[in-house]
Design a protein around this ligand. Sequence first.
Ligand SMILES: *Cc1c(COP(=O)(O)O)cnc(C)c1O
Length: 404
Amino acid sequence: MNNKSIDFGTLAIHQLHTDGHHSHLAPIYASSTFTFDSAEQGMRRFSGEDSGYIYSRFGNPTTDATAQAIADLETWKILNEDGTPMRARALLTSSGQAAMATLFISCLNAGDALLATSSLYGGTHEFITKMLPKFGIKTYFSDMTDVTELEALLKANPEIKLVHFESPANPTMQCINIERVVQISKKYQKLVSVDNTFATPYLQQPFKYQVDFIFHSTTKFLNGHGSAIGGVLIGRDLNAMQTYVHQTHKLLGVNSNPFDAFLVLQGIKTLPLRMEQHCRNAMDVAYFLNNHPEIANVHYNGLPSHPDFEISKKQMRHAGSVMSIELKGGYEKSIDFVNKLQICTRAVSIGTVDTLVSHPASMSHAGIPREIRLKTGITDGLIRISVGLESIEDLIADLEQALQ
Ligand SMILES: *Cc1c(COP(=O)(O)O)cnc(C)c1O
C-alpha cells in the first residue's frame, strides 16, 4: 500500500497480506514450523538467501501481517529527509510487557543506563527497578517537563544510552513534549523510545519527531475488544530491527501467536472509528464530571485546565479516552461509587469497547506503600476511567446515579 497518499482510515482497513488462495482476510497460520523442498532450500532460509519462513518463533505470516499493519500506521504519511516515504519494521510480542523488555534488553548492555520519566506503566517501572539492575543497567528518572533537568542529566551521565517516556501517562494524563525531548536527546546522541499505548498511531505518531522506537500494549486500543494480551515493538532502524532486536525477540521467545495476531488485525480495521467515538465520549464525560459537585478533580488532557492541554493539542489528534478522577469523599466514597455503577464495567485495563472503571488504591496499586502511591499521584480517592463506546446518555446517567 502506498502510504503516502491514502487516508489513515483506508490504510487501517486495506492491510496487505500474502496468501496463495486469495483469502480475503489474513489467514491464521497455526503452524509451528514450515517445510523445505530440499535440504539446500533449508540452508538458504537459514542463511537469509531465501526469505521463506522456518519456524514460528522466528516469524509467522499472520503475526508478520499484523506487525506490518501497525508499522504502516505508525509511519503513515511520514516522509524521510529525501522525500521518500518512511518505513519501519515491527515485531509482534506476547504482551506489551514483552515488547518493552525486548526493547530494553536489545539496546542496553551492562554499564549502560536508561533515562525514564517517573510516570510509567507499573510493569515498566517494576522491570527497570527490579530486573535491569540484575544486568548491570541503571535507570535515572527525570520529570521530562523540565528540559533543563533533562539536559543536565544527559550531560552529567554519558553512560545513558536510551531515553524512554509515555505520553499521555498514568494516572494524571501527563503529556511529554515529544519534539523537545527528542531534540535534546539527539544533541547527546541518545536513542529515544516512546510507549504509545494510550494514544495509538491514530492520535499520535512519535516517528514524526524522529524517535527511534515505539511500543504498544496491543491488549488495549489496537485490539480494542479486550480479547487478547499482546504487544508490538516498532523501530525506524530497519537493520537494527532485522539483526539484534530480532535476535533478542527470538532468544527471549516473546513471539505472539497467529490467533491473537488475527484478533489484533481485525481490531485495527475499526481503530479510527473507535478512537473518534472513544474521544468524543471521553470529552463529554470529562466535562460532566468536572462540573459535578461530588468531584474534586478530573485529570484529563482534553480539559483546558489540565497543565498539558496545549502540548497535548499540538501533538495529538484528540486527547484520548482515559482519565482519572478524584472524589471529594476519599476512599469510602470512591468504593461506594465504583460499587454503584451499573453500565460501566469494574475491571482494570483500558481501551476496550465498554467503559472500564478501576480504583487503583484498592486494586492495581494496593500492594504499594501508601506514601509511595501518593507520590505517584495515586490518591485514596483516585478512580481511573477508560471511556468506551456506549451511548453517551447512558454513560452519563450511570455515572450520575453512582455519584448520588
Ligand atoms: C497495559 C500497558 C502495558 C503493558 O502491556 P501488557 O499487554 O499488559 O503486557 C504497557 N504500557 C502501558 C501504557 C499499558 O497501558
